[in-house]
Structure formats: structure tokens, C-alpha cells
Design a protein around this ligand. Structure first.
Ligand SMILES: CC(C)(COP(=O)(O)OP(=O)(O)OC[C@H]1O[C@@H](n2cnc3c(N)ncnc32)[C@H](O)[C@@H]1OP(=O)(O)O)[C@@H](O)C(=O)NCCC(=O)NCCS
Length: 188
């Protein structure tokens, strides 16, 4: 497995993906509750393709959606990290922070803990000036993570996702943003 940045928090390790993560990730992506705000649950093949796309982003940008492991249990539970969207809209190119965890791990603060380390990496190591996150207005759990991180709704950036048709429930997205200066002020 290629080397890449590894991030560590009190409880979590954010690392490059291992082959043995793939079947567990496929189970996560097959869970309709985890995938409620996406077009559909993923097949195992689609899940593996996603891991390959994530690996390519690490090679291309030096960052990506890290595999997240609980340190004490050495257990892979999902991903959190940075991604560059492949679609175009009025604010792209951009860098997004995102997360997806196994349902039985929700409610432990893992997403917020991992994402705080990812923001630190994005501003300190990757030199980004702003980081965005977008989701459906109905995805309140994700929006709460954004708010816990100090991200703010940027209504001027809200958009209709170009991959979905006009009447699709998945089309309208809200966008949250944190700038480098907001991030450094929150650390004082
Ligand atoms: C979005 C998602 C990652 C949020 O997970 P989460 O566990 O709710 O988020 P957090 O890690 O911030 O955890 C917060 C919860 O843990 C609780 N918690 C427990 N121990 C904690 C601790 N030590 N520190 C912080 N929070 C803690 C909080 O009180 C909060 O509980 P609540 O939801 O009952 O209010 C998860 O719902 C998910 O994977 N969804 C599917 C994928 C998805 O939609 N991704 C986003 C697409 S845009």
C-alpha cells in the first residue's frame, strides 16, 4: 500500500486504505440507513470502485478520504477526509470535507473528532484557503457535524447538483464553508 499522510486523534487513526477494509466498507455502503441521502446503496463492486477512486485522489492531491480506524480496537469504521469533486458547478474547483461511518458507530463523536483533524491538515499542511461541505437539507446529522466544526451555511453557494434531474429529491444541496481565518480564530 502506497504511503501517504496519516492523521491521529485521541481515539482515531486516519490512514490510507487497506485491502481488508474493502468488505467492511461494502457492508457500510450496502446499509440503506447510511445511504439514505444518496441515490442508492452501493453494490460491493461499486464500493470497491469508490475505494479505487479515493486512492487515485491521494496519489493526485496528497490528500483524500482517509480510512478511519478506532485505535484501541484496530477496527475500520468508515471514512473522513478531503475530496475534489469531479462535477462542475458555480463554486468549483473546490475542496470538500466529507464523512461516512458505519451506523453502529454513530453517536460517539467520531465524525467530528476525525473531521477536526482533517480541517487542521487541510489548512496547515495542504495550504487550503477554504473548505466546503455540502449535503441535502434533510441530512441533519451531517449538517450538525459541519456546525460542530464551526462551518457556516453559505446560502450564496447552495446549488442544484448537476448529476440529478430537476424533480429529483437529491438535487438541491446546501453548502457550508469554513475559511482559513475562521479556522485559525476558532483555535485561539
Ligand atoms: C453524518 C455522520 C457521519 C454523523 O455521525 P454522528 O455520529 O452523528 O456525528 P458525530 O461524530 O459528530 O457524533 C455526534 C454525536 O455523538 C455524541 N457523542 C458521544 N460521545 C461523544 C464525544 N466524546 N465527543 C463528541 N460527541 C460525542 C454527540 O452527543 C452526538 O450525539 P447525538 O447525535 O445523539 O446528538 C453519520 O450520520 C453518517 O455516516 N451518515 C451517513 C453518511 C452521510 O450522510 N454522510 C454525509 C454525506 S454529505
Amino acid at each position: 500500500m502506497a504511503n501517504g499522510p496519516t492523521l491521529e486523534t485521541e481515539r482515531l487513526l486516519l490512514r490510507r486504505w487497506k485491502i481488508k477494509d474493502r468488505p467492511i466498507f461494502a457492508e457500510i455502503n450496502a446499509d440503506p440507513e447510511v445511504m439514505e441521502h444518496f441515490p442508492a446503496a452501493l453494490t460491493a463492486e461499486e464500493s470497491d470502485q469508490l475505494v479505487r477512486r479515493i486512492d487515485r485522489q491521494f496519489e493526485q492531491y496528497g490528500f483524500g478520504l482517509w480510512a478511519v480506524e478506532i485505535k484501541w480496537a484496530k477496527r475500520f469504521i468508515g471514512f473522513c477526509g478531503l475530496a475534489v469533486p469531479s462535477f462542475q458547478t458555480h463554486f468549483t474547483p473546490a475542496v470538500e470535507i466529507g464523512w461516512r461511518f458505519a451506523k453502529d458507530q454513530w453517536g460517539s463523536g467520531y465524525a467530528t473528532e476525525a473531521a477536526a483533524a482533517v480541517l487542521d491538515f487541510g489548512f496547515e499542511e495542504a495550504g487550503l484557503n477554504e473548505i466546503l461541505s455540502w449535503t441535502l437539507p434533510a441530512n441533519q446529522r451531517s449538517i450538525q457535524v459541519m456546525e460542530r466544526l464551526g462551518m457556516k451555511h453559505a446560502p450564496d453557494l447552495d446549488f442544484d447538483h448537476p448529476r440529478f434531474l430537476h424533480d429529483d429529491r437529491l438535487r438541491r444541496h446546501v453548502v457550508y464553508r469554513i475559511t482559513r481565518s475562521e479556522w485559525s480564530e476558532s483555535r485561539i
